[in-house]
Design a protein around this ligand. Sequence first.
Ligand code: TMP
Length: 233
Amino acid sequence: MCEVLYEGKSKTVCRGPDGGSLILRYRDSATAYNGEKKAELDGKGKLNAAISHKLFGFLEGHGIKTHLLEAQGDTAALVRKADIVMVEVIVRNVAAGSFSKRYGVPEGSELKNTVVEFSLKSDELGDPLICESHITALGLATKEELDEMTRLSLRINDLLCPLFARAGIRLVDFKLEFGRAGGELILCDELSPDSCRFWDIATGEKLDKDRFRRDLGDVLAGYADVLRRLADV
Ligand code: TMP
């Protein structure tokens, strides 16, 4: 077993084989509403690891630097150690979730432009929405870093939207985390149905963690469907 450095809500970070790397373990734990709702979903870790590794590999192939060094078994990865920016980036192509709630717009409403927003990475505070001048005032990231995170996030969106469209999936929104490594920003954390909204293009069926949040039924059938469809594109 590995030496645990940090236990997140759905992943565990362990010491890596050298000072420049870490081992990330995907667990079956699912949480929602900032930890109020919890469950163990047998096989979620394996599905998320497979989906995330596939997407990170795809992005790397298109020039996006990520922390992923290599997959290790079914549920873990060797990743590059990075100084995580304590600001999450959320990209939205369609209104849903907290955006719909905050602004009173029905889920599925078209947006006139892609939304890029930031939230403070803080479980204690419930990851509140945060604006650029607050981020720089708090010293969480510089203006240049925020510009680069925005540029990379929009590029990632431009790469992922057509990939998912080929899989018959609408990429509704997703959350990204970046880290500082070797003087640049690299994509960290994961890209999975836990951190993205995926809707079937034809039927609108939700294939992501909203199945868990909203008690929509067989959560992992949605995740497995995402993985299966990605294998074909
Ligand atoms: P939201 O609509 O609840 O703000 O979520 C937007 C997207 O970000 C959605 O795909 C889920 C993802 N997300 C996370 O991965 N972690 C989080 O803590 C939150 C709040 C959202």
